[in-house]
Ligand binder design. Sequence first.
Ligand code: COA
Length: 340
Amino acid sequence: MPMSPPTDERTAVVSGVGGWVPPHVVTNDDLSAHLDTSDEWIRTRTGIRTRHRVLPGMATSDLAVEAGRRALENSGEPRAGAVVLATTTPDRICPATAPDVAARLGLTGVPAFDISAVCTGFLYGLATAAGLLAAGITDRVLLIGADAFTTIVDPLDRSTAVIFADGAGAVVLRAGHPEEPGALGPIVLGTDGELSHLIQVPAGGSRQRSSLRPQAPGEQFFQMEGRDTFRHAVDRMSTASRDAVRAAGWTVADLDRFAAHQANSRILTAVADRLGIPAEHQLSNIAAVGNTGAASIPLLLAQSHADGRLAAGHRTLLTAFGGGLAWGATTLIWPKLPGS
Ligand code: COA
């Protein structure tokens, strides 16, 4: 009997995308009403004009369900064999939020779990989904990035309250062939735990609990050393991007679209300048939605797909950076999806 030709049908291929932000909009002027800041400072230092915020009663799972439902609809099939949720703001410390999201999407029974890699969670999620598909555990993964960051940010800390926001984005990944449009290229990931103090919520975990010491004021809130974070973000996203492009067998000149974690518009410009990516190839929604953590890249993909800035055939670079420190990058050729 002739042998079948060797095949590699287990690459992760993007086959659906969706995003959602909560309806409540907060402007820079709204923030300036109770913080020592201004619309001008926020716009020029971060590029942000508005952001969306959950109101009391709404949690990360609510954002994730909306984005997940839209991604499944966009993929043309309501089914997924696993749900992976990247988030820094789970509904509860225990259990994970993904099983609840799966159940509300009619996917009770499938494997579902959370990933904690802060703003790089979506890139870590892509690698995890690719692993589930390659291992044959399922043939369709729903990967959601969702964060209700305003629930952990100190509303009186002007260095974080103006940047971080709420939202969700999702993709459906199916098992497919590496040559198909939508197939993920090599994924570059890294961390530096020696710098974990640059972005953290000190309280609420086992270290703070086991010490039995009283909580110091502000320790329950998200804290960030902005200036150092800025420098590492530019360095790590630039290097990871170069590595991912090279591993894909591309050059930067081959890229049509640059979809980076929407941390701060100055960071995005600095990374793009270092790489030599022209402004017209950069996707951005930070002015309207701020920094939405793990939701940032999939929300950007969903909105750019919907408005046509990201179209079938675009050679696209994804890169992210955040607490951990953690970073990552990968490439794909954007596939033909409904709505494009
Ligand atoms: N409004 C007005 N002034 C503010 C302010 C605000 N919202 N936030 C900080 N400032 C002040 C600081 O207190 C400081 O005042 P001082 O000089 O009197 O001490 C001054 O602005 C400059 O602070 P600095 O931290 O050096 O500003 P910056 O230019 O680095 O901008 C960030 C601050 C937070 C916007 C910037 O560091 C940044 O974007 N960092 C990366 C953040 C990020 O992307 N994190 C996510 C990674 S996933």
